[in-house]
Design a protein around this ligand. Structure first.
Ligand SMILES: Cc1cc2nc3c(=O)[nH]c(=O)nc-3n(C[C@H](O)[C@H](O)[C@H](O)COP(=O)(O)OP(=O)(O)OC[C@H]3O[C@@H](n4cnc5c(N)ncnc54)[C@H](O)[C@@H]3O)c2cc1C
Length: 479
């Protein structure tokens, strides 16, 4: 019997994928093998960013090129996939039509929404202005500049002056990994690298409103991570909600202040801005609620994936915002599109949970293996983390380069050597600037400045409606 669905009636079908992250890229790669489909992959960047390694870019362990991959090069063999650089600003779901900021209009038989997520500041005053989010390649590069500037400024001030104070907000995997990496670098830094910097004067504080680090991991992994961070000089302020961030301080809900020369924001995610422009009622975290086959209710040929979607497992539990979930959903979406185009039934997405991981620092990581999350920690988990991430990297060249960088870092003596090629880029607001302005107070601080400032005037009220800020993460082996 002939199909009456207009989408299944013509021979060559078109697919428009918005967002070339883990979900969109895996969807495109799988569709590349399907005959009679042509795919347009639109992204506002010309690269896929590999978020799990951003903290290593921010701390100078890896170069930006190790965590971002040119999309045209990645898909060069896939002749039925066309890559387009454009930022989509509106989507007509019923017509499956998307309009870009530059006015370009895209239309397709199937529409895949995979625009990922962005930092969620929960409306906390000062965060957008003064904090350094850790969610994109640009964020990581901006933070790297800031951290290098702080080390240079501290070296200029000399050992008698207080060292820089770094506050990381959010003790999920991103916050723990960032805090651990900064602590490691300071511990392993040869004394003559910054001869006038007393590295023991650099303070690293990890703040979270929850009671533990690594929420979502087992208590065993949490205890291990907290102990290692403590040993390596990271101060934990748990059960401490952030109320406001200013140029020099973080105000906590209990009224105390933390001095801060850099506030790193790893406090939570929400769906990227495009979600709000679709005319749909947003679900948790601003994400789109999807049906089990990843389509939007009422729009049979429109799919939403990865961090852009709220997807549930068979028991109704929401799936976490993880690279492995996004990758598997991308491949499943491709299979469903191919099935629909062939007139076959679509199937529900079932996530295969292979475990979670978090790096804490040199020879120290936690890994929870399999759906039952069997915990291991220490050097074996450290090796597993490195191995899994090398395997997951998008290109063969990236796998080789990154492996070499890690080997150099592990066995070498100088662990942070990136060039400070954009010394003003850390400034509040985030945009590169030609002004060369120094953050007030950095050069001028005296030892008495290096403490909490109870009297500092800050707003007394904030409109903060927190969602669960962090989810356990860690690419799964062979996902
Ligand atoms: C710092 C950090 C560390 C993480 N570490 C881990 C980890 O160790 N393990 C793990 O499993 N998960 C980790 N995650 C989570 C994981 O990275 C995400 O779950 C995953 O990236 C989601 O994939 P996605 O394709 O949905 O979104 P993304 O990978 O974010 O891709 C979305 C894409 O959409 C594009 N886009 C957005 N808006 C538009 C628009 N309007 N027009 C065009 N293009 C647009 C973006 O440029 C981007 O390329 C981490 C996340 C972060 C932020």
């Amino acid at each position: 019997m002939e199909s009456k669905d207009p989408v299944t009636d013509t021979a060559l079908k078109s697919v428009l994928i918005i967002g070339a992250g883990f979900a969109g890229l895996h969807c495109a790669r799988k569709l590349a093998a399907v005959p009679n489909l042509c795919v347009t992959l639109v992204d506002k960047h010309n690269y896929q960013q590999f978020q799990p390694l951003l903290y290593q870019v921010a701390t100078g362990i890896l170069a930006p090129e190790n965590a971002a991959f040119n999309l045209r090069a990645v898909l060069v063999q896939d002749t039925n996939v066309e890559v387009t650089l454009a930022e989509i600003v509106t989507v007509d779901l019923a017509a499956r039509r998307a309009t870009a900021r530059n006015g370009a209009v895209f239309h397709a038989d199937y529409l895949v929404l995979a625009a990922g997520s962005t930092a969620n500041f929960f409306g906390i005053p000062g965060v957008a202005q003064f904090a350094f989010p850790m969610y994109s390649l640009q964020d990581a590069e901006r933070l790297r500049s800031r951290l290098l500037e702080l080390l240079e400024a501290a070296d200029r001030r000399g050992t008698a002056a207080p060292g820089p104070a770094i506050v990381i907000v959010g003790a999920g995997a991103t916050g723990v990994e960032t805090a651990g990496a900064i602590a490691d670098i300071l511990q392993r830094m040869p004394p003559h690298l910054y001869p006038h910097l007393d590295r023991h004067q650099v303070s690293i504080t990890l703040v979270d409103k929850g009671a533990t680090v690594l929420p979502g991991f087992t208590a065993q992994s949490q205890a291990y991570a907290a102990a290692i961070l403590g040993e390596r000089g990271v101060t934990l302020r748990l059960g401490a909600a952030v109320r406001e961030v200013s140029a020099h301080a973080v105000l906590l809900a209990d009224g105390s202040h933390l001095q801060a020369d850099a506030v790193i924001w790893a406090g939570g995610l929400k769906a990227s801005g495009l979600a709000a422009a679709l005319g749909l009622k947003p679900g948790h975290g601003g994400r789109l609620d999807v049906q089990s086959d990843l389509t939007l209710a009422g729009y049979p040929c429109v799919y939403a994936l990865g961090d852009f979607a709220n997807c549930r497992d068979a028991s109704g539990k929401p799936l976490p915002q993880l690279a492995a979930v996004a990758q598997q959903a991308g491949r499943h979406c491709a299979a469903n599109i191919a099935a629909h185009a062939a007139g076959d039934p679509q199937t529900p997405f079932v996530y295969l949970d292979k475990g979670v991981m978090a790096m804490i620092g040199r020879n120290a990581a936690v890994a929870e293996i399999g759906a039952r999350h069997h915990p291991i920690s220490g050097v074996f988990a450290f090796a597993a983390w490195l191995g899994v991430h090398v395997v997951l990297l998008t290109t063969v060249r990236a796998k080789m380069d990154t492996f070499l960088e890690w080997a150099w870092d592990y066995f070498g003596r100088v662990h942070v050597s990136p060039v400070l090629d954009r010394p003003t880029w850390w400034q509040p607001g985030g945009a590169p600037s030609a002004s060369g302005r120094t953050l007030p107070g950095i050069e001028a601080r005296t030892p008495s400045d290096h403490r909490e400032r109870p009297g500092q005037k800050m707003a007394s009220h904030v409109d903060w409606a927190p969602e669960t800020p962090t989810t356990p993460r860690g690419p799964r082996p062979n996902s």
